[in-house]
Design a protein around this ligand. Sequence first.
Ligand code: KIV
Ligand code: NA
Length: 275
Amino acid sequence: MKNTVSTILEQKNRKDKITMLTAYDYSTAKLIDEAGVNSILVGDSLGMVMLGYEDTLSVTMADMIHHTAAVARGCKDAFIVADMPFMSYQTSIYDAVFNAGRLMKEGRAHAVKLEGGEKMCPQIKAIAEASIPVVAHIGLTPQSVNAFGGYKVQGRDEEAARQLIQDAKAVEEAGAFAVVLECVPDKLASLITESIHIPTIGIGAGAGCDGQVLVYQDMLSMYGGFKPKFVKCFADVGEMMTAAFKQYIKETKAGIFPGKEHAFNMADEIIEKLY
Ligand code: KIV
Ligand code: NA
C-alpha cells in the first residue's frame, strides 16, 4: 500500500504506529521499502553516517538532492521525507520555499523536514502554502549543536518543557503535517502527542509518540561513532560485514576464491591453439 500524507495522518487516529527509517541510497532504500516501512527519511545525518563529517552542518543541497533521488528510485510504497540541510531555510522564507522545491523536483521527495519550532513557523507556513508537505523537527535539533553546546536531552525543566509544547502547537498551526521529537523525556513527548492533532515521530522520545524513527546504521550497528542511549541494535550487521570482508581476503589469498563455479568456460581446442 502506498503511504501518503493522508494515510500517515489516519495512522494517528487509528493508533497504528508510524514506522520511519533513514536511507541514503538506492539498494538500502529498496530493502527498507520492501520490508514495509511507512516512511523513509533521507536525513542530513548522511553527513555523519555516509560522508564521515563530525556533525550535519557541512551537508549541502547538492548532497541532499543526490541521495534523495537515489532513495526515490528504490522506493515503491514508502513516503519519502528529505531533510533540508543547514542554511537552506534559516536564511529566508524565499530560500526555504526555493530549496524545498528543489528537493521535491530534483530529489523526488514527497515531503521535506526542517529543524525548529515557533521560530521557523514563517518558513513552515510558506512551504506548506506552496503545496509541499512539511515535517517539523523539535527538541534536540542537531543543526543547532553549536548553539546548544553539545547533544543533550531537551525540555527537562519547566520553562523548556513549556516551550516545547508551544513549539509543537505552533508548527501544527503553521501547517506542518507531522513533527519529529528528538531526545525529549518520554512523559513530555506523550503529553505533546496528546496535545496536537498531527502525528509525533519520536527518536529518543519514548513509546508514547505516534511513530518512531531511527538511523538505519544505528539500529544495525554499522556506525562506529557515538551510540546514543535510545538506539537499539536489531542486528549486528557491522560485525557480519567485517567477518565477510575478512573471509574474502583470506579465501582470495589462499586461492579458494574464485572457484570453478565462478569462472567462465571456453572450448579446449581453441585455447590449445593459442599456446
Ligand atoms: O537526519 C536524521 O537522520 C534525522 C533523524 C534522526 C530524525 O533528522
Ligand atoms: Na536530520
